[in-house]
Ligand binder design. Structure first.
Ligand code: PLP
Length: 443
């Protein structure tokens, strides 16, 4: 005989959560017939209709057709305030005059020049001036490429083969160390460090000292959920790396925005190498790696045994010009400090209203993570218990109200985002949580 038992409270709540999500997806679909059709078209020529995995979300992704200031417009004509800020690359907003003029200027002057240019010198000067640990710099096309170059340089310079990375860390599409590491990762031998566990991380570095070429680490974990380091964590990892004879590479592709001279300088650390990317190309494709002159000099083409560093578009006119305009004409210290203060204010205000629903907001300055866990979040492991359905439901509910964040809860403010946006967004999040009981973690 079948015994019918009534569902537990937890089972009932998980069922209604799934139902709420299905309804939200149906409503999303109903309001976006053009985007749905475009997705079908895209899927005929790109796997899953997608050419950048992180942008995909079910039932089909938002398809943006235009943008201005802090706003984006989708193919069906819905307007959203953009709080995703292109995963930190969109720091200047969508129509900054200085950036647009610089891009027009570059087009007029000529693209695909196939030679050294003057603009690349000026941008390199700006970067060397700004980031104290960078004595010499080289440009790449992406942050991924910058990290691959920095790691390869460390391996050549030390004559060792392994790298140490933080579990859950993301350093690009070929350098992702969540979930046991991506199967398409570059084939480096890897030592895993538990983030914010000083003893555990130092032990791993010491145990593998003989093989270790470098520790590569984000000063604040970005993609993993905007997780800040505890007081001396980075200093202790830095000391252990040097004790082991390994280089310390700071991946500041996201975090360089956290202070006028980057996150490491703000924390009093001088890495051997720093990698950069995102907004520093003014919204065009960009990456860079730089650091100690003795290490970077290995790339001097006039030197004997110089290391090669190729890349057709390393010094492309659009990225060099837009990046330069951004640093020279827009992003002075006061503007950047103001942006990060606005981020701190947003995080504090969010935490005040979301804590009672079992949610928390993490991060530093203008990088924010919105999570369906109570916190504290000290390592990516602390986010394992987050129910992905709650993240997705929050994302869809915010879209309904005209707010765009990453489906996984990532927020990166641009300078086009105002205090009024911040206040309205906090109200929107509060309203979503209040009107959607399934979102409450402690329901
Ligand atoms: C910390 C970090 N490093 C590297 C990368 C890779 O940069 P890109 O997407 O330009 O290759 C990213 C991208 O999100 C990143 O967040």
């Amino acid at each position: 005989m079948d015994v019918i038992t009534s569902p537990t409270l937890a089972e009932a709540s998980t069922e209604t959560l799934s139902q709420a999500l299905t309804e939200a997806q149906a409503s999303y679909t109903a309001q976006r017939p053009i985007s749905a059709h475009l997705h079908e078209r895209a899927a005929k020529v790109m796997p899953g209709g997608n050419t950048r995995t992180v942008l995909y979300h079910p039932p089909f992704p938002l398809r943006v057709t235009s943008a201005a200031g802090a706003e984006i417009v989708d193919a069906d004509g819905h307007t959203y305030v953009d709080l995703l800020g292109e995963y930190t690359a969109g720091l200047y907003g969508h129509s900054n005059r200085a950036i647009i003029d610089a891009l027009h200027g570059a087009i007029e002057t000529g693209l695909s020049l196939g030679a050294h240019t003057v603009t690349e010198i000026s941008l390199a000067e700006q970067i060397v001036q700004r980031f104290p640990a960078i004595e010499l710099v080289r440009f790449t096309n992406s942050g991924t490429e910058a990290n691959l170059m920095a790691v390869s340089l460390a391996r050549v310079a030390t004559g060792r083969h392994a790298i140490a990375v933080v579990t859950g860390g993301y350093h690009g599409g070929l350098l992702y160390y969540g979930g046991g590491g991506s199967v398409i990762n570059a084939p480096y031998e890897t030592v895993l460090l538990p983030y914010n566990d000083i003893a555990g991380s130092v032990r791993q570095i010491t145990d593998h000292a003989a093989d270790l070429a470098a520790v590569i680490i984000e000063p604040v974990m970005g993609s993993a959920g905007c997780i800040a380091p505890i007081a001396s964590y980075l200093h202790d990892v830095y000391a252990a790396a040097h004790e082991a004879g390994a280089l310390f590479i700071a991946d500041e592709v996201m975090t360089s925005r956290l202070s006028p001279s980057g996150a490491c300088a703000m924390m009093g650390i001088t890495p051997d190498l720093i990698t950069l990317g995102k907004y520093l190309g003014g919204g065009a494709s960009f990456g860079a790696f730089g650091g100690r002159a003795d290490l970077m000099a290995r790339f001097d083409p006039a030197s004997v045994g110089a290391l090669p560093h190729a890349g057709t578009f390393n010094n492309n006119a659009l990225s060099m010009s837009a990046g330069l305009a951004g640093l020279c004409e827009v992003l002075d210290a006061a503007t950047l400090i103001d942006l990060n203060c606005r981020g701190d204010r947003l995080r504090d205000a969010l935490n005040e209203v979301i804590a009672k629903y079992g949610w928390c907001a993490t991060g530093v300055g203008s990088m924010i993570g919105l999570h369906p866990v109570a916190g504290p979040v000290l390592s990516p492991d602390d986010l394992d218990q987050a129910d992905g359905r709650r993240r997705e439901l929050m994302f869809l509910r915010l879209l309904e109200r005209g707010w765009y964040i990453a489906p996984r809860g990532f927020i990166a403010l641009s300078i086009a985002v105002t205090d009024q946006h911040v206040d309205s967004f906090v109200l929107a999040v509060a309203e979503v949580l209040q009107s959607t009981p399934d979102l409450a973690v402690n329901a």
